[in-house]
Design a binder for this molecule. Structure first.
Ligand SMILES: C[S@@+](CC[C@H](N)C(=O)[O-])C[C@H]1O[C@@H](n2cnc3c(N)ncnc32)[C@H](O)[C@@H]1O
Length: 233
């Protein structure tokens, strides 16, 4: 079974099977529309992956700069977002070393990407958060808006940070960066219980595979946290 990082380096097709099944009730797009008027905005996205978050706002945005560490993932995003190629610029870049953009962005967004650096460390979490926000600050207009999307649990009955380091990070987003948090239900719906077991097991590993198999259903609960607000000076 590959690690998540192996998936990002070489299994974007399997990754997309996972995200295509997620949020079958479409709560996230509705929420993103409620917090940002995307029309005419210049947006910087980190850890863009195959572009499933980008797809939710790019039609309204004026310009989108998207980064990810893996060219393999960006290749899929290029195909998915081809209809907007004229306003999209994709670059291979780490969340800790974003390029300096020629034009500052109105909004920074990332989905399920910063959390990797937090969980995998090493060391205290506050410096990790500060290093990530430094990359955002250098590219955002003063008072620019930040939207961070991270997990609040897979196959869990209620929303909660699934790792102690994430719990601390989420607290820092609120107390140090003044972002407000919302918890959204973004459940998966697969074609069958067998597909749920296979796809979630491939990405999250053996323990998740066993837990989803034991559920025996094609719908698997997923909780998503969104932290958002203007970036403090
Ligand atoms: C769970 S995927 C999320 C992708 C996309 N945002 C989405 O919602 O489907 C995590 C993504 O973050 C990228 N990533 C992980 N660590 C990164 C880092 N330090 N810098 C840039 N990208 C990173 C991975 O390559 C992967 O594409």
């Amino acid at each position: 079974m590959p690690s998540m990082y192996d998936v990002y380096r070489g299994h974007r097709g399997e990754y997309d099977r996972l995200v295509h099944a997620e949020d079958h009730e479409r709560h996230l797009p509705e929420f993103l529309r409620s917090i940002v008027d995307w029309r005419g905005k210049t947006v910087l996205e980190g850890g863009l992956g195959t572009g499933r978050v980008t797809e939710l706002f790019i039609d309204s945005a004026r310009r989108v700069f998207g980064c990810d560490r893996e060219a393999h993932m960006l290749e899929a995003a290029r195909g998915r977002l081809a209809r907007c190629a004229d306003k999209l610029e994709l670059r291979v870049a780490d969340n800790f070393a974003l390029p300096v953009l020629a034009e500052k962005a109105d909004v920074f967004i990332e989905g399920w990407s910063w959390g990797h650096a937090v969980v995998d460390g090493p060391g205290p979490i506050e410096p990790i958060a500060d290093a990530l926000f430094t990359q955002v600050r250098k590219n955002l207009v003063p008072g620019g808006f930040v939207v961070l999307i991270e997990t609040l649990g897979t196959n869990a009955l209620s929303p909660a940070a699934p790792h102690p380091r994430l719990a601390e990070f989420y607290q820092i987003l609120q107390s140090r960066y003044g972002l407000r948090q919302a918890a959204i239900s973004t459940d998966y719906r697969f074609a069958s219980p067998a597909e749920a077991t296979e796809v979630l097991g491939f990405f999250f590993g053996k323990a998740m595979e066993e837990a989803v198999r034991a559920n025996g259903t094609a719908i698997v609960p997923e909780w998503t946290g969104v932290w958002c607000g203007p970036l403090p000076a």
